[in-house]
Design a protein. Structure first.
Length: 358
């Protein structure tokens, strides 16, 4: 059975899957990243994991994986297949795509940024399914973002697009590791809420999940901490939606697990702030911590779809329901071609702009 390898490399653990043509997970596995053993050992652990997955697929499905997709943290040059920098793994300019392809007998490999890859999955097969424009914002240790446009995710000119966590929402405010002050992630990440709640409660072990529970139970001091985070988040999100006009705003990460405790006040806070902007639908992420791995699978299938020249050859299993994938000129894509289309065709807009009144 035709399948691909999907691998999501995190700071502590790696998640992997073999994904079928219909997007189904045929096999799932996890391993420790083992970063305490150093950057070289992490690379070897990834290659070994990928090799084992290939062997498993060949044994179980009668053929080895046709392609592989890998999501990694840090700064990623997806076009060249290089993990340019990852502070938590100690990486600098690791040619991971070629290393993996070599280990996997030359199959095409796509390398992606973890958040953008997770966002790709949320946008296509998760909470944003069917949305032509979305913004995915995971609220975890920090805050990142993925800008979805017509079935792919915008990386920016230098791979930094979507870093909404470093939009300044409180000028002159709390110091951020990025060197700026008052960044959104210092107020609305799960870590920031944990810190604020630990301080308010005088309990160093109190965290964001405790805070959410206390808010739901009607604790006024928790409500104050929570509302500060919600207000900061709404300020950041309104900046983003003013620039991007997304149809769907997908909020994920640990803080989103608070459910309505977060989403009810957040929708209200965003609604109060917009004037002329169209309110996007604000929804919780649907894929949880499996998003990165599912997105890696999509990257791999995208590579195969781009390499297959005649678009009519649908066969038994076309790629997962995805009407929004832009047509990619196959001539620009070699066996290890870019994971993202070099120049997605601009869709023609049927709307007559002269009729739009302002
Ligand atoms: Zn910052």
């Amino acid at each position: 059975m035709r399948h691909v390898i999907a691998l999501d490399v995190g700071g502590t653990g790696m998640k992997a899957a073999l994904v079928g043509a219909d997007g189904g997970l045929l096999h799932q596995d996890r391993r420790a990243t083992g970063r305490e053993r150093g950057p070289e050992a992490v690379i070897e652990a990834i290659l070994e994991f990928a090799g084992d997955l290939r062997a498993h697929g060949e044994h179980r499905f009668g053929e080895p994986a046709a392609a592989a997709g890998v999501a990694v943290p840090g700064i990623v040059d997806a076009d060249r297949g290089i993990a340019a920098y990852a502070a938590n793994l100690g990486w600098r300019d690791v040619p991971l795509r070629d290393l993996l392809s070599d280990r996997l007998s030359g199959i095409p490999v796509a390398l992606g940024h973890d958040v953008r890859t997770g966002g790709l999955a949320e946008g296509r097969i998760g909470a944003g399914r069917g949305a032509d424009r979305f913004l995915f914002v995971p609220l975890g240790t920090g805050i990142a973002g993925a800008i979805g446009i017509d079935g792919s995710v915008e990386a920016g000119a230098h791979g930094f697009a979507g870093e909404i966590g470093h939009v300044v929402v409180r000028p002159g405010g709390t110091d951020c590791a990025c060197g700026q002050r008052g960044c959104l992630e210092r107020y609305a990440s799960a870590s920031a809420v944990s810190q604020a709640w630990a301080l308010a409660k005088g309990d160093p072990d109190a965290d964001a999940a405790d805070c959410a529970r206390a808010v739901a139970a009607g604790d006024p001091s928790a409500a104050a901490v929570w509302q500060d985070a919600v207000d900061a988040l709404a300020d950041g999100l309104v900046t983003a939606l003013t620039l991007l006009d997304p149809r769907t705003l997908i909020i994920g990460g640990g803080l989103a697990e608070a459910g309505d405790t977060l989403f009810v006040p957040l929708r209200e806070a965003v609604r109060r702030r917009v004037t002329f902007q169209k309110l996007p639908e604000i929804v919780p992420a649907a894929l949880g911590d499996g998003a990165g791995c599912l997105g890696a699978g999509l990257l791999a299938w995208d590579l195969l779809a781009a390499a297959a020249t005649p678009p009519a050859a649908g066969g038994s299993g076309a790629t997962p329901a995805d009407p929004a994938t832009p047509a990619t000129p196959a001539t620009h894509v070699g066996p290890n071609g870019p994971a993202t289309p070099a120049s997605p065709a601009t869709p023609t807009t049927p709307t007559d702009l002269s009729e739009v009144t302002t």
